[in-house]
Design a protein around this ligand. Structure first.
Ligand code: BGC
Length: 376
C-alpha cells in the first residue's frame, strides 16, 4: 500500500486528502482519498478509512471494492485480512473479483439465458457454459463515482454507478449505490440501493476474500466456520443449481455448529466433488442476528457476517493457485482465502421456486450486509 501512495504522490502528482471526519487528531476517525491511476479514461481513487480504534480499511472506486482490512489479533497486533494488490497495475490486471462489488447478477446463470415476461435475454458465457458474476464487463470491472459522506458519524464512502440498458445483456437502466461505513465497532457496513427503469434481475454482493491469519499467510482450512443455514443449494458439475434445497443435517455442509473448513472437505460427497470443495449457496435461516462467523484460533480473530439476504455463497478458494501475487508480494495459494458472499441463489431467474431476483421499475432494492471484526 505504501507503494501505491508513493506512486500517486510522485507520478500522478494529483493526490489529495479530504478530512472525512476529525482528520488528523489522535483517536479520531478520518478518510484520505488519493488518486492512484486512470482506467479507460476515468480516475481511480483509493480511500483509506480509519476508525476511532485506529483500525484501517481501504476501498477503491475500481469495482467499488474493499482492498484492505487491517484489524488486530488477540495481542493487539494489526494485520490485513483481505485479499488485494499493492499496485494499481496489479489490481487492474489481477483477479477480477477480489473485494469487488459483483453485479448485475452475482454467481451463475445457466447457459447465460433467462426470460422475463416471455422476452429472452442472452448473456456472455464466461464460465464454461454459464455466465458468471455479471459477465466479463460486470460491475467489478468498471470505475464507479465516489463520494465521501461529510459529517457522517463514522467514515463513510458512497460509490454509485449507472448501468445502461442491455449492459452485458441485462435489460433496464439501473442506478446502483453502494455505501461503505467503517464504524468504531470494527464493522464494515455495506448498504446497497438499486433502481431500474425496466423489469430486470438483480443479485448484488461483495466478493471479498478473507484469511484471518492475514492475507497471504497460508490456507484457511483451520478457520472455524458457522453458517446458520439448515439447507443448501446443491449444484451440477457446472455449479448450476439442480433445483433441490437439501437439508445440511448429516452432511459435510452442516455448519450450524462450528467446524473447521478443512475437517470434512475431502469427504467423498457428491457436492464436494462438483464444487471441488465448498462453493455453494447456503439457505440462511435468518433467525438470529449473526448469519455466519469465522474464527481463527491462533490470532483469535473472529469475523461475523450479518445479512438480510436469503443466502450466502461460501467459497473456499478452490480455484486459487498461487499465480496471483498479492499484498506484500505474497502468492494467494490454493484455499488461502474464503468468501462469504451474501445474496440470492445462483440461477434464480430460471428457478421460479427460488426467492425472486426480479426488480421492477418504481421499486428500490435495499439491502445491508455487515462484516464485523473482533477477537476472542
Ligand atoms: C464462485 C466461484 C468462483 C469465484 C471467482 C465465487 O463466487 O462461486 O466458483 O470461482 O467466485 O472468484
Amino acid at each position: 500500500m505504501k507503494q501505491i501512495r508513493f506512486l500517486s504522490l510522485t507520478l500522478l502528482g494529483a493526490a489529495f486528502i479530504f478530512g472525512g471526519c476529525n482528520q488528523g487528531a489522535k483517536n479520531k476517525s478520518m478518510i484520505q482519498k488519493e488518486l492512484i491511476g486512470t482506467y479507460k479514461g476515468k480516475e481511480v481513487y483509493q480511500m483509506t478509512l480509519k476508525n476511532k480504534s485506529g483500525n484501517v480499511i481501504r476501498l477503491t472506486n475500481f469495482g467499488a471494492r474493499i482492498t484492505w482490512i487491517e484489524v488486530p489479533d488477540k495481542n493487539g497486533a494489526r494485520e490485513n485480512v483481505a485479499f488485494g494488490f499493492d499496485t494499481f497495475d496489479g489490481m487492474i490486471k489481477g483477479d477480477p473479483y477480489f473485494g469487488a462489488v459483483v453485479g448485475r447478477y452475482a454467481n451463475r446463470i445457466a447457459r447465460g439465458k433467462f426470460s422475463l415476461d416471455g422476452v429472452g435475454y442472452s448473456l456472455a458465457l464466461n464460465n464454461g457454459p454459464n455466465s458468471l458474476h455479471g459477465g466479463p464487463g460486470g460491475w467489478h470491472s468498471v470505475v464507479w463515482e465516489s463520494e465521501i459522506i461529510k459529517n457522517a458519524e463514522f467514515p463513510t464512502v458512497k460509490f454509485s454507478y449507472k448501468s445502461p440498458d442491455m449492459e452485458e445483456g441485462y435489460p433496464g437502466n439501473m442506478n446502483i449505490e453502494v455505501t461503505y461505513t467503517w464504524n468504531d465497532k470494527n464493522e464494515i457496513v455495506i448498504d446497497y440501493a438499486c433502481t431500474t427503469d425496466k423489469k430486470t434481475v438483480l443479485n448484488i454482493t461483495n466478493h471479498a476474500y478473507f484469511n484471518l491469519h492475514g492475507a497471504g499467510n497460508g490456507n484457511i482450512l483451520d478457520h472455524q466456520l458457522v453458517i446458520k443455514a439448515s439447507g443448501f443449494v446443491p449444484v451440477d458439475s457446472t455449479l448450476i443449481p439442480t433445483g433441490e434445497i437439501r437439508p445440511v443435517a448429516g452432511t459435510p455442509f452442516d455448519f450450524t455448529t462450528p467446524h473447521t473448513v478443512g475437517e470434512r472437505i475431502a469427504e467423498n460427497y457428491d457436492q464436494l466433488i462438483y464444487g471441488k470443495g465448498y462453493d455453494h449457496t447456503f439457505v440462511l435461516d435468518n433467525k438470529e442476528e449473526v448469519d455466519a462467523s469465522v474464527y481463527e484460533p491462533v490470532s483469535g480473530r473472529l469475523m461475523e457476517v450479518i445479512s438480510d439476504q436469503p443466502g450466502v455463497q461460501f467459497y473456499c478458494g478452490n480455484f486459487l493457485d498461487g499465480s496471483k501475487i498479492g499484498h506484500g508480494g505474497k502468492p494467494y495459494i490454493y484455499r488461502s482465502g474464503l468468501c462469504l458472499e451474501t445474496g440470492h441463489f445462483p440461477d434464480s431467474p430460471n428457478h421460479p421456486d427460488f426467492p425472486s431476483t426480479v426488480l421492477n421499475p418504481g421499486e428500490t432494492f435495499k439491502s445491508q450486509t455487515i462484516y464485523r471484526f473482533s477477537v476472542k
